[in-house]
Design a binder for this molecule. Structure first.
Ligand code: EPZ
Length: 421
């Protein structure tokens, strides 16, 4: 078990490179189940979640070769259409195997992902969509059992713009007989990217990235060689870190449009955010000189819920009070008590947090509870006076590739230590 030790109060300067997107890589690795041939994926981030997805594919009998940033998957040897609880409990995105397994092999046994730190997170929309395509679904002993000789196209109205729900149903519909419409689909860049990969495999997906996706099913799909898009949440995290600590940082490799919602709010707070050849430049006088800004999280192109905690850390020092409304998940303020332990002044009322800007944060030992909450505490540690210790960074390692090694060249005093046993 590792912790991160951070000496705060140092402005950041230089260039930091963004890795491939975790939330694009996970569905894309799962899409390899739709063909027997060898798929090659490039720019894959070196993360614990990628290892878990590879372990899941191997459990099913696939051959995998994980040498991030290159990952190869050969699903031809797959013999077990199952995602066991042991793996699903480590990573709920394992549920992304459901659609491809039913579509390609006519059956799937996938553990129901339980609740998680940020919310109940049911998968009813995933199951509703598969049933609409003709699958029979049984829930037994904590598992979803889905069966269908051949899925058929259907018109599916999603009750909410679920990201992995949209992705699961896109993959299922790619090999279904006939035409599928996903109405109310998620528009995240990662969904659009999955549409690109499926089409490169021979699928007929139209409208990925919009709220209505059309899929004309085909009989077979072929292998693909594809480089994954950059991680907009990792990029946003680095942009906000630079804004909070102050300094001048180029975040390299990010697609500017993908971080528009975050950039807009940073500019409203008084941060200079500009597009530059190869990335986004952030120039900031530091958190205390910034204005309080209200945010409400929403599906893309709204403000990303995966940036809420990090942006809240920025607002802890802003002039005035900012209202942070979390509309996507019902329990995503677990970072607030830890920020208050560092001297922040935040009140939570249900899904709304009122962040009253303070003069400074003081260092403390803080505990991460989930991936983005951990990133928020790293940012707080970069601005706090003294030495902050962020415990349980295994959460962080799920979604950030060697964050301390990336931040240190910017001048951040951050290092990884083995936790005392
Ligand atoms: C994806 O999760 C991301 N994970 C999450 O990122 C991200 O926070 C989330 O989308 C929202 O942007 C991956 O892509 C692997 P949803 P997902 O289905 O697909 C409700 C991170 O930090 N809902 O879009 O699980 C649900 O409870 C992670 O990298 C249902 O009610 O999220 C939530 O309130 C955390 N029924 C809302 O919809 C369903 O069947 C949005 O969830 C599906 C979802």
């Amino acid at each position: 078990m590792d912790n991160l030790v951070i000496e705060g109060g140092v402005p950041l300067h230089g260039t930091i490179r963004v890795s491939g997107a975790k939330n694009a890589a996970l569905p894309i690795l799962s899409a390899a189940l739709l063909t027997d041939g060898a798929c090659t994926f490039r720019n894959v981030p070196k993360l614990r979640d990628i290892d878990t997805m590879a372990a899941l594919l191997r459990f099913m009998g696939c051959e995998t070769d994980v040498a991030a940033p290159v990952v190869q998957v050969r699903a031809g040897s797959m013999r077990r259409a199952e995602a066991p609880y042991e793996l699903v409990k480590q990573m709920r995105a394992s549920v992304l195997a459901l659609g491809p397994l039913v579509a390609r092999h006519g059956r799937a046994k996938v553990s129901l992902p339980g609740g998680c730190a940020i919310g109940a997170r049911p998968i009813d929309q995933h199951l509703k969509g598969l049933e609409a395509m003709g699958a029979t679904i049984r829930l037994e002993h904590g598992y979803v059992h889905a069966e269908c000789a051949r899925l058929r196209g259907a018109t599916i109205h999603l009750d909410m713009a679920t990201v992995t729900g949209t992705e699961n149903l896109m993959m299922a519909a790619a090999l279904a007989k006939g035409h599928t419409q996903l109405i109310g689909a998620a528009r995240e860049p990662e969904v659009e990217e999955l549409g690109r990969v499926l089409n490169k495999m021979g699928a007929r997906v139209d409208g990925a990235g919009t709220d209505v996706i059309h899929i004309e099913g085909v009989d077979t799909l072929h292998p693909v060689d594809h480089a994954i898009i950059p991680d907009r949440i990792e990029a946003g995290t680095f942009m906000v870190a630079a804004a909070a600590a102050g300094g001048d940082v180029l975040v390299e490799g990010v697609v500017p449009e993908h971080v528009d919602p975050t950039s807009a709010k940073m500019r409203a707070a008084g941060v200079e955010v500009t597009r530059e050849e190869g990335g986004m430049r952030v120039r900031s006088p530091g958190g205390r000189a910034l204005r309080a800004v209200d945010i409400t999280t929403a599906p893309h192109p709204g403000f990303p819920t995966d940036m809420q905690a990090q942006f809240m850390a920025l607002m802890t020092l802003a002039q005035g009070a900012s209202v942070v409304t979390e509309s996507v998940f019902e329990n995503r303020f677990m970072h607030v008590p830890e920020l208050n332990r560092m001297g922040a002044n935040i009140e939570v009322r249900g899904r709304v947090a009122i962040v009253n800007g303070v003069d400074g944060l003081s260092s403390a030992a803080v505990m991460a509870t989930d991936l983005r909450a951990s990133a928020c505490l790293v940012i707080a540690g970069l601005v706090a006076t003294g030495q902050t210790e962020v415990l349980r960074v295994y959460h962080l390692d799920r979604g950030y590739e060697a964050i301390e090694a990336k931040l240190a060249p910017l001048g951040a005093r951050i290092r990884r230590v083995r936790a005392a046993t």
